[in-house]
Every structure is written in structure tokens, then in C-alpha cells.
Design a binder for this molecule. Structure first.
Ligand SMILES: [Zn+2]
Length: 270
């Protein structure tokens, strides 16, 4: 009997992150990594292929190939950069889940006692692995919050239009950090408007909706001076979070990466 991988993935967090496109993967396709024996018999369809590293035979070894950007990672590279490739333990994720469950659909908007902005700031503060976001716009408040968070978590974001002059000056004056990468899109990339606003935290929480990362947008959500607009929604299903991360964030992020080999995409190993 086969097991539906989608229901299995519903509670399985990502295990690996591609060093180039930042796609999230649960395991390698050839071996299913460390999955238990009974999971070797799986229903694998196109929906889930992007969650699995492909494997290709290279002599006595297996290389992994990212199913989103086709980057090949040899066994030697996997060993050297194991820490960067693996997302590690998820034992502390309860805080993230409990904050996120205050968003719709888990809590109806009229029943939530928290402002969406307060919840988002709490989520940013609770991130321990990475924050990926796509937003049409971002203001200095969110740059500040994300930059503070980048002391503990990797922040990677794509913004769809030029920053306002104050926010631009703030970004330019912040110290450079590998943990804080904001791409402002130019004519090389175009964010699909339907999916231009997502925030993915640690690969297990995704916030989506029509809200940009700006105080103006969140004032609209709260209905300051007017009827409230659509509240952001969350997904806590890891397979949905991974799917949208890989399909929307990673394909856009890839357009701005210059490395062509795994060694060029990982940090120097010392
Ligand atoms: Zn990749």
C-alpha cells in the first residue's frame, strides 16, 4: 500500500535549503533521506517533486540536484557545508505556531484580540532559521524590524518597486551582512501580482494576503479611519509553505544569483 506523501508532508518540516535559490526540500529523491522504512513506498506526484532533491550517480557517489534550480551538490560539498545545507532541529517551533494560529483561518478576524501588525512583529522576533518575503513595497519600520531579526535569523527579501528615499538611505547606511539580503526588483524580474506578498518564516509558517510590508498597508488592514481591508492569512502546512516558497520566492530569488556551482553559492568554509 502506498502512502500519500502530501498528508505525510503536512506535518514534516523542510530538512534542507538550496544554497542558490533557497528552495526548501524534505529529502533527496533517490533515497528519501532519513525517512523511516515504511515511507519508502510513497505516492510521488508533480506536486511534491519540488520538495525533493534529485539524485544523480557520479561514480561511486551520489550528487544531489536541486529540483528548482538544477544546482548539483556533490557528496564532498554536502559534507563540507552540512551546517549551511541542513535546516536542523525544529524543537523550538511551538512559539511560532502558537503566534501564527491567531491569524485567519485558525482564528476568525473578529475573534482575534491582536492586531495583525503586532502578530507579524512577534513572528519576526520568533524566527530562528530564516525569513523569506516578497512584497511590492517595504517601509523603514519593516526594514528596522527585519534588520534586528537578522542578528538571529537569515533575512532574504524581494521588493517589487524602488524604495522610498528615506528607506533607501536607511538600507544603504546599515552595515553589510550576509544575514540580511534585500533585492529590489529591476526590469530583470517581475513579481506575479497574485503572489507578490508572502512571508515565509522558518519554512513552517507562511503569511499571505494583499498586505505590503508598510505601516500604511497595516493601517488599512486595521481599518484606521476607514473599513478594514482583507486580513492576512497564514498557512501552517509545511507542504504548502514549501510549495509556495519554491514556486514563487525561489524562482524569483534565482534570477539575482550569480553562482553556477555549489562551491560558489556556499560561504567560504573557514
Ligand atoms: Zn536551488
Amino acid at each position: 500500500m502506498s502512502i500519500d506523501l502530501l498528508s505525510f508532508l503536512a506535518w514534516r518540516p523542510p530538512a534542507y535549503i538550496c544554497p542558490r535559490c533557497k528552495a526548501l526540500h524534505v529529502a533527496s529523491h533517490g533515497t528519501f533521506g532519513d525517512l523511516p522504512y515504511q515511507q519508502k513506498v510513497l505516492t510521488v506526484n508533480d506536486n511534491v517533486r519540488s520538495f525533493l532533491m534529485r539524485t544523480v550517480n557520479r561514480g561511486d557517489d551520489w550528487s544531489w540536484v536541486c529540483s528548482v534550480c538544477d544546482l548539483e551538490i556533490t557528496r564532498e560539498e554536502r559534507e563540507i557545508w552540512s551546517k549551511e545545507l541542513r535546516l536542523g532541529s525544529y524543537k523550538d517551533f511551538h512559539e511560532l505556531i502558537s503566534i501564527a494560529s491567531n491569524f485567519p483561518p485558525y482564528t476568525p478576524p473578529q475573534k482575534s484580540q491582536y492586531e495583525p501588525l503586532a502578530l507579524l512583529i512577534e513572528l519576526i522576533g520568533a524566527s530562528r532559521k530564516f525569513i523569506h518575503f516578497m512584497s511590492y513595497n517595504i517601509d523603514s519600520t519593516f526594514i528596522t524590524a527585519l534588520h534586528i531579526a537578522s542578528k538571529r535569523t537569515a533575512v532574504r527579501g524581494i521588493v517589487g518597486r524602488p524604495l522610498d528615499s528615506y528607506t533607501r538611505a536607511l538600507v544603504d547606511s546599515l552595515p553589510r551582512s550576509d544575514n540580511f539580503s534585500i533585492i529590489v526588483q529591476d526590469d530583470r524580474g517581475t513579481i506575479d501580482n497574485n503572489h507578490s506578498k508572502i512571508i515565509i518564516i522558518d519554512g513552517i509558517v507562511m503569511i499571505e494576503g494583499s498586505t505590503n510590508l508598510s505601516m500604511n498597508a497595516f493601517n488599512k488592514v486595521s481599518g484606521v479611519g476607514r473599513p478594514p481591508s482583507e486580513k492576512p492569512r497564514v498557512s501552517l502546512q509545511p507542504y504548502e509553505v514549501m510549495r509556495d516558497n519554491n514556486q514563487y520566492f525561489s524562482t524569483n530569488w534565482l534570477q539575482y544569483q550569480t553562482g553556477t556551482t555549489a562551491s560558489e553559492c556556499f560561504p567560504l568554509p573557514f
